[in-house]
Design a protein around this ligand. Structure first.
Ligand SMILES: Nc1ncnc2c1ncn2[C@@H]1O[C@H](COP(=O)(O)OP(=O)(O)OP(=O)(O)O)[C@@H](O)[C@H]1O
Ligand SMILES: [Mg+2]
Length: 254
């Protein structure tokens, strides 16, 4: 895969008139893993949805640029076609939409120049289901329909590998996973990185980062990047907690 970059530049985002993200900048390149950490309600999912183009999230300032092309005015499906993939914190279910049909449509939309060989595609899906510890019946089920929390997360990780997007945002892919699944999903993320994807992992725990070494860590507090650093920062956060940053911000106000 050619070198790609996703530039989130001075992003300001509002939901229902409330300012949530304040001047957030993150630049992700092919093969990099960025961890975005921070306490509940600080704007992590807001950032994910804003980059993906959910119209509920109003961009008041700043830019989202993929390989020099501005994404701000593109709709969700157009951004997906440009190569941005979001694994949701709470994956949506669509009853009656067969998983394999959904996946095939998504793949052809992302890679229109390729002629999809269905048999090969299906074999690859089966192989990955096996890798994620899921049986072949998942192929025919409705998209996420009736799946357990952990099964949904594994299916999101499977999509990430099959669809081969340029950039992947994983919103708490680690929540609700048992230890074995956490290890498998971590391996999948590593694989996506080796395939050349740029990845943002959103989490508030160090746990998944015991398996995956992020190249960069960003701490989001009250909608602002309070600190950015290398992989070591995740461990420091685990020790000192997010309260440390609240103190910093309060100290600045006083
Ligand atoms: N549709 C909405 N309407 C009003 N407020 C919203 C809406 N969606 C999100 N918010 C608010 O925006 C803020 C940021 O929410 P967000 O979901 O981005 O947090 P988060 O960092 O992902 O938290 P968590 O770790 O709990 O997932 C919260 O205060 C939340 O209540
Ligand atoms: Mg969230």
């Amino acid at each position: 895969m050619a070198e790609n970059y996703l530039d989130i530049k001075n992003l300001n985002v509002e939901i229902n008139g409330k300012e949530i993200l304040k001047d957030v900048s993150i630049r992700v390149k092919s093969g990099e893993i960025h961890a975005l950490m921070g306490p509940n309600g600080t704007g992590k999912s807001t950032l994910a949805h804003s980059v993906m183009g959910n119209p509920k999230y109003k961009i008041k300032g700043g830019e989202i640029i993929l390989n020099g092309k501005k994404m701000n005015d593109l709709q969700i499906h157009e951004r997906a076609r440009e190569g941005i993939f979001l694994a949701f914190q709470e994956p949506v279910s669509v009853q009656g939409l067969r998983f394999i049909n959904y996946l095939r449509t998504a793949y052809t939309s992302l890679h229109p120049q390729e002629k999809l060989e269905y048999k090969k595609f299906l074999d690859e899906v089966k192989e990955l289901l096996n890798f994620f510890g899921l049986d072949n019946s998942f192929i025919d089920r409705g998209l996420n329909d009736g799946l357990s929390g952990g099964e949904k997360k594994r299916m999101e990780a499977l999509q990430m590998l099959i669809l081969k997007p340029k950039f992947i945002i994983l919103d708490e892919i680690d929540s609700g996973l048992d230890v074995d699944a956490l290890r498998i999903v971590s391996k999948a993320i590593q694989k996506a990185k080796e395939n050349g994807a740029g990845i943002i992992i959103i989490t508030h725990y160090q746990r998944i980062l015991d398996y995956i070494k992020p190249d960069f860590v960003h701490v989001l507090i009250d909608g602002k990047i309070a600190e950015s650093g290398n992989g070591e920062l995740a461990k420091i956060i685990e020790e000192r907690g997010y309260e440390y940053y609240k103190g910093e911000i309060n100290a600045k106000i006083e």
